[in-house]
Design a protein around this ligand. Structure first.
Ligand SMILES: [Fe+2]
Ligand SMILES: [Fe+2]
Length: 175
């Protein structure tokens, strides 16, 4: 089956993942140019889901989306909060761990993108045009204040995750 919306978002996931891989290609270092691109592109991606895809799917079937959306929204909140502190190698491991899980749940057969694609099949072209026209989100420079890290940890907890446990899991996974 032709799935243009699924394909559009999956390609965007890969593009964004590559930016993060590039940011940490040199071992022990973070290349801030790539990390900055990663941040702005990930925030744009979340904006496309929250402002275009989810409302369109919700309009088509509010009941189904009311069940599905809260966890994705909490994870978007956590990812957004994790974009605020200055990156460290540990922070990036946690971001990747969450992002891998989140992206997979959206992409897997019968996952969020398949559901949204089905619900919005009459507006596919219109949605794609809106997605492609989405502008980047303006971002502040990273915030080194401890409160930024504390907020990120709390946002993760709201989504059902523990920062330290994620870091341990990420470190025990050989990638
Ligand atoms: Fe998402
Ligand atoms: Fe996504």
């Amino acid at each position: 089956m032709n799935k243009p919306i699924h394909q559009f978002f999956t390609e965007d996931h890969h593009r964004i993942e590559k930016l993060l891989i590039n940011a940490t290609k040199k071992s022990g270092e973070i290349e801030m140019d790539y990390y900055h691109q990663f941040r702005t592109q990930l925030l744009r991606h979340i904006k496309m889901e929250e402002k275009i895809l989810f409302p369109a799917a919700k309009k088509a079937n509010p009941e189904v989306m009311k069940e599905l959306l809260p966890q994705y929204r909490l994870e978007h909140g956590a990812l957004t909060a994790l974009m605020v502190p200055p990156p460290t190698l540990s922070l990036i491991k946690v971001i990747r761990y969450l992002l891998d899980k989140h992206d997979l749940a959206e992409e897997e057969p019968g996952g969020l993108y398949d559901v949204c694609e089905r619900l919005t099949h009459e507006q596919t072209q219109e949605i794609l045009e809106q997605l492609m026209a989405t502008k980047e989100v303006p971002v502040h420079p990273p915030n080194p204040a401890p409160i930024a890290m504390a907020s990120a940890r709390r946002a993760l907890e709201r989504a059902g995750y523990d920062y330290d446990e994620m870091l341990r899991n990420a470190e025990s996974q050989k990638k």
